[in-house]
Design a protein. Structure first.
Length: 240
């Protein structure tokens, strides 16, 4: 074997060895999507652990659609049982958990919002906070924390915030609810990706009081007639 042939053989073997050591690294990197979300562990005493585990089980049984519209928040979202049939042709997901506050959305942001990489997030939350004595400015700050994170980590995602609803059960808190609505609206209007929708426009009668026939017996949660008012109101605001 001539010296020239030996030199060529050494160069060839060196290139193969170099490729063999670099290929697995590139392959491993490609196998991990940039959009994957590592979910934080659930604390044993987390009030919403059962609901979060139920969402995970549902996702395992029925893989979520790509870039869905995620509805999340408290019981008015959770109880929207006909969400899918109200919006045929739209990839909607219900990730509401009843009794929750805005801080719970902050805490479980990765589980109910981020991991789905949604095209839009529809939020109804804050009434439980106000009813529980949380100051209006703190509620607004919590809303900002959720929306700011969506805008930062999901820059192509739109946000639709449904106003705090006025209902007979919490009528005494209406001034605080209205104050929170005004402040949240003012904040959302600073970014065209974020929108505010006042659901009270269809929930109050001509006398300015809540329509009595759209609530179940507790005068807090809506019956199907109430959702039949919400559905067409929300529809034009949903991302196609």
């Amino acid at each position: 074997m001539t010296p020239t042939l030996v030199a060529l053989l050494v160069l060839l073997l060196t290139g193969v060895a170099r490729a063999a050591t670099t290929t697995p690294v590139a392959s491993s990197s490609a196998a991990a999507p940039a959009t994957s979300t590592v979910l934080p562990a659930l604390a044993a005493d987390d009030r919403w652990a059962k609901e979060m585990l139920a969402f995970a089980a549902e996702d395992a049984a029925h893989p979520p659609p790509e870039r869905p519209i995620v509805f999340t928040g408290s019981s008015s979202i959770r109880l929207w049982k006909d969400l899918g049939t109200d919006y045929p042709g739209l990839r909607v997901m219900n990730r509401g958990f009843g009794g929750s506050r805005v801080k719970d959305l902050v805490r479980h942001f990765d589980r109910v919002i981020l991991q789905y990489r949604p095209r839009q997030v529809v939020i109804y939350s804050g009434t439980n906070d106000i009813n529980g004595g949380v100051p209006v400015d703190e509620v607004v700050a919590d809303v900002r924390q959720v929306v700011d994170r969506i805008n930062r980590e999901l820059p192509d995602t739109r946000v639709l915030f449904l106003s705090l609803a006025l209902n007979p059960a919490r009528w005494a808190k209406r001034d605080l609810m209205l104050e929170a609505n005004a402040k949240v609206r003012a904040y959302l209007e600073q970014d065209q990706r974020n929108q505010f929708l006042d659901v009270n426009t269809v929930m109050l009668g001509a006398d300015g009081l809540p329509k009595p026939d759209i609530f179940v017996a507790d005068k807090l949660h809506m019956n199907r007639k109430g959702y039949e008012l919400w559905a067409p109101l929300v529809r034009p605001w949903l991302a196609p």
